[in-house]
Design a protein around this ligand. Structure first.
Ligand code: FAS
Ligand code: PHB
Length: 389
């Protein structure tokens, strides 16, 4: 098979990219290792920035998001004493959209066939070849049969564990990483949220986040040591811990119920540079990971796709090779700002085992400053709603 762009991975980055390239008349094929149902079964992000909403609007795929999503004009930081509301709408004139990654991915998946976007699921043994040349190709197996896609450009949208990043020679790449000494235990339950806006809590027992998917479906998190196993956390134990960490006011509003999903995700800050090598571009988690505290992971994948489409349209339509060459620097400039915000909010809202009384005083002082300074709140608000692309 021959095409213009071979895309590896049918998560949000791969599907957004595929749809946008097709809409621009650029031929592409998406290769996905799993089944579509498996991709949808992974419970991940819940908060969309303007850039992500904007790409769905550009594709005309925003109808369900606008009907079922929840625009949020603010969120809260809880420090055990009070709720500090960050008035995102008042401070930035913008808002975020609470709409699960699963639903966004479903909207993109459902539109693939009607729009002629070819997605090959259950593609095994995907391997990249000749990415240093102008004629790279990808091999894979499907139903036990070996296959090959020749393309002009390959885009790795295959997440943190995919093959694309690893296809870039170690001598070229540089990794920047911080692994956090805790994970997030997440629970999804068909119960009404305890608050109409998100609450991020820094309690002496640890971090908690009260989020949601709809007025009848809640998503909560607590941080746990990396040694913890999800099977050791009964629903009741999680609800009890959430009630303590979120504080009495929120606790009084918590509706308990059986979990429909429960998992522990490790936290890391990770950036791989460059995000382009030869004819290979990287988008999303294949190039970077953020701790979910800032709700940036999915949204960074979207901004990478925005820059990749810009570069590939210039390349295929106008022969502008510099546009492709400039993709990495452009994408990384925004990636690093989101990495900083996610790291900073993680540091502020979590208790680190290695921290002592001084570090705790720094957290208290910073939360006090945020509570009393519109300027400090504006900094948080403009990062949370998403920096411009
Ligand atoms: P994805 O990982 O979503 O998609 C990559 C795709 O490539 C997958 O479908 C995978 O099956 C496929 N693939 C992998 N290897 C392949 C191969 N060899 N061949 C073909 N296909 C291959 N972000 C937030 O903003 N908020 C959150 O709360 C949040 N929670 C998260 C929880 C977890 C457990 C994880 C892992 C991530 C979380 N994230 C969160 C981040 C997450 O939302 C990502 O940023 C987002 O999924 C990025 O999308 P993609 O880059 O498309 O990568
Ligand atoms: C979620 O709803 O899953 C969510 C929301 C905000 C975050 C992280 C996760 O920062």
């Amino acid at each position: 098979m021959k095409t213009d762009v071979a895309i590896i991975g049918a998560g949000p980055a791969g599907l957004l990219l595929g749809h946008l390239l097709r809409a621009e008349g650029i031929a592409c094929v998406v290769l996905e290792r799993q089944t579509g149902d498996y991709v949808l079964s992974r419970i991940r992000a819940g908060v969309l920035e303007r850039v992500t909403v904007g790409l769905m609007e550009r594709l005309g795929l925003d109808a369900r998001m606008k009907a079922e999503g929840l625009p949020h004009g603010g969120f809260n930081l809880a420090d055990g004493e009070r709720l500090i509301r960050i008035d995102v709408a008042g401070l930035t004139g913008d808002s975020v959209m609470v709409y699960g990654q699963t639903e966004l991915t479903r909207d993109l998946m459902d539109a693939a066939e009607p729009r002629g976007l070819e997605v090959i699921y259950e593609a095994g043994d995907v391997a990249l070849h000749a990415i240093d040349s102008d004629s790279p190709y990808v091999t894979y197996s499907k139903d036990g049969v070996a296959a090959r896609i020749d393309a002009r450009i390959v885009v790795g949208c295959d997440g943190f564990h995919g093959p694309s990043r690893r296809a870039i020679p170690a001598s070229v790449g540089q990794v920047f990483e911080r692994v956090y000494p805790f994970g997030w235990l997440g629970i999804l339950a068909d119960v009404p949220p305890c608050n109409h806006e998100l609450i991020y809590a820094n309690h002496e027992r640890g971090f908690a986040l009260a989020s949601m998917r709809s007025p009848t479906r809640s998503r909560y998190y607590i941080d746990v040591p990396l040694t913890e196993k999800v099977e050791d956390w009964s629903d009741d134990r999680i609800w009890d811990e959430l009630a303590v960490r979120l504080g009495p006011e929120a606790a009084a509003q918590i509706t308990r119920g059986p979990s429909i999903e429960k998992s522990i995700a490790p936290l890391r800050s990770f950036v791989f540079e460059p995000m382009r090598h030869g004819s290979l571009l990287l988008c999303g988690d294949s190039a970077h990971i953020v701790p979910p505290t800032g709700a940036k992971g999915l949204n960074l994948a979207a901004s990478d796709v925005h820059y990749a489409v810009e570069a590939l349209v210039a390349f295929f339509r106008h022969g502008d090779a510099d546009a492709v060459a400039g993709y990495s620097a452009k994408a990384l400039a925004r990636v690093w700002k989101s990495e900083r915000f996610s790291w900073s909010l993680t540091k502020l809202m979590h208790r680190f085992p290695e921290d002592g009384p001084f570090e705790r005083r720094m957290q208290v002082a910073e939360l006090d400053y945020i509570a009393s300074s519109e300027a400090a709140q504006r900094v948080i608000a403009e990062n949370y709603v998403g920096l411009p692309v």
